[in-house]
Write a protein that binds this ligand. Structure first.
Ligand SMILES: Nc1ncnc2c1ncn2[C@@H]1O[C@H](COP(=O)(O)OP(=O)(O)OP(=O)(O)O)[C@@H](O)[C@H]1O
Length: 451
């Protein structure tokens, strides 16, 4: 089992501290033992503690638990994200209820059973982690919603898309967005979410292509402790995290045929069952799916379930490729130009006529993403007042329209971060450690790449 998190144990019985130190060390990354609650504040100041196991009675002979309640409130004041499990020698249910009312995550009675104690602490740790993830996602949502809205362009085809979006955004209808790579399927999904009545809640994205068979159910539906090896604590799935908001299933065409049936069942029943549980939990999500594949053709080839396609495409929106709406190329280029000119302190930069022609004539196999990167690179290399043809370093000018764009360094960096987040299960400290960067740098990059 991977050890994670920091636990702080506060108990004035040194024998108990010693025993717990040995036990907890097998499950947590770091175990801090203190025998006096007076050292709590200093410890929380110096360490990033996830869970506190707090004794409720300190002065010999007084067993009212009042001190415990006092120290609990001090911990919560210091950092409301810390999960506190209270520890008492007396099976005093009133005290436990009081502690939970005051914000404790759970309680354990002495003498304790090792398995129960570990399970309670790990559950509290996981609860804190889930809450932090949701908070983080909410923070990201706020940043994204305050970011510039989707750029629609002026083409007739995008005007049609906009009319349709205006009509369906407010409804709860399932939407399927199709289009080539980089046409802005995710950007459009965010726009639909932003315009919907669910905008105050989260849009949770799942890359279906990246989900292995074994991860699929646990990731989407959650699991309960003991459901499989490594499932040491309960975990909620993406369907539940997205409650009240939007669930965006990207690359739906890459989902294996076998897993499509499981997804269909959750959508049809509007409920999920966590792995290892038999309790069905109702869902409340608006579903948006996206793919660059031709799903009806996949249905004919028995690679995609017809019943699932029927469920997810109540409304189908096809985003045209950039070469099919050439009139949008220059307005989009201008928009990216002003963004990157500001970023690289080159305000006032223009695009000369030769460069404009080159932009218009290029087939843009990587669509808007490629255009965006091309303009960014041009802004960086340009040393004159206007971007010229030579500054436009397209991925491959002679590339055929069907080929995907070559990755840029930034794209590769973004992919590495996405992969590390997935591998480390959203644990940002672990992600930062794996990538060899600080958490702050990681958050800056997450913001930059809109992850
Ligand atoms: N309408 C738009 N306005 C502004 N930026 C856009 C727009 N469409 C796409 N982009 C930019 O292009 C990039 C690619 O967009 P997005 O990820 O939504 O495409 P996608 O179709 O989901 O791509 P893929 O199929 O590769 O996942 C984004 O980083 C975004 O900055």
């Amino acid at each position: 089992m991977v050890k994670q998190g920091t636990v702080l144990v506060v108990d004035d019985n040194k024998g108990i501290l010693k025993a717990l130190g040995l036990l907890l060390d097998k499950y947590f990354d770091k175990v801090i033992l203190i025998s006096s609650p007076n050292r709590i504040a200093g410890t929380l100041w110096n360490e990033r503690v996830d869970v506190v196991l707090l004794d409720m009675n300190f002065s010999a002979g007084i067993n009212t638990g009042n001190e415990g309640i006092y120290w609990l409130s001090q911990i919560k004041k210091a950092d409301a994200n810390i999960q506190v499990v209270v520890f008492t020698a007396y099976a005093d249910i009133d005290l436990a209820v009081r502690a939970i009312k005051e914000g404790a995550a759970d309680f354990v009675v002495k003498p304790w059973e090792n398995d129960k104690l570990i399970a309670t602490l790990l559950s509290a740790y996981n609860l804190g982690k889930s809450k932090k993830e949701v908070k983080f996602l909410k923070g990201m949502r706020q940043e994204l919603s305050s970011a510039a809205p989707m750029f629609w362009g002026a083409s007739q085809s995008m005007r049609q898309v906009r009319l349709l979006v205006d009509k369906v955004a407010a409804t709860d209808a399932n939407v399927l967005i199709t289009g080539e790579n980089g046409t802005g399927k995710e950007v459009l999904a965010r726009e639909i979410h932003r315009l919907s009545s669910r905008a105050a809640e989260l849009m949770v994205t799942v890359d279906m292509g990246a989900l292995t068979e074994s991860l699929f159910e646990s990731e989407l539906f959650g699991h309960v402790k003991g459901a499989f090896t490594d499932a040491r604590t309960d975990r909620i799935g993406k369907f539940e995290i997205a409650r009240g908001g939007t669930l965006f299933l990207d690359e739906i065409g890459n989902l294996s045929y076998h897993l499509q049936a499981k997804l269909l069942s959750a959508i049809q029943s509007r409920s999920v069952v966590r792995v290892g549980s038999n309790l069905s939990v109702p869902t409340d999500i608006r579903l948006i799916c996206a793919t660059n594949r031709n799903l009806p053709e996949m249905v004919t080839q028995k690679q995609f379930r017809e019943d699932l396609l029927y469920r997810i495409n109540t409304i189908h929106i096809e985003i045209p490729s950039l070469r099919e709406r050439k009139e949008d190329i220059l307005p989009l280029a201008e928009m990216f130009l002003s963004r990157y000119a500001a970023k690289y302190h080159k305000q006032g930069l223009g695009i000369d006529t030769g460069a404009q022609k080159k932009l218009r004539d290029y087939p843009w196999p990587g669509n808007i993403r490629e255009l965006q990167h091309t303009v960014e690179k041009a802004v960086i290399v340009c040393e004159t007042e206007n971007i010229a043809e030579d500054n436009l370093l397209m991925a491959s000018p002679q590339v055929s329209a069907a080929q995907p764009a070559v990755s840029t360094l930034e794209q590769m960096e973004r992919d590495m971060i996405v992969r590390a987040i997935r591998i480390n299960d959203g644990n940002m400290s672990a992600v930062a450690a794996q990538l060899g960067i600080t958490r702050q740098t990681l958050y800056n990059k997450i913001k930059k790449y809109e992850l």
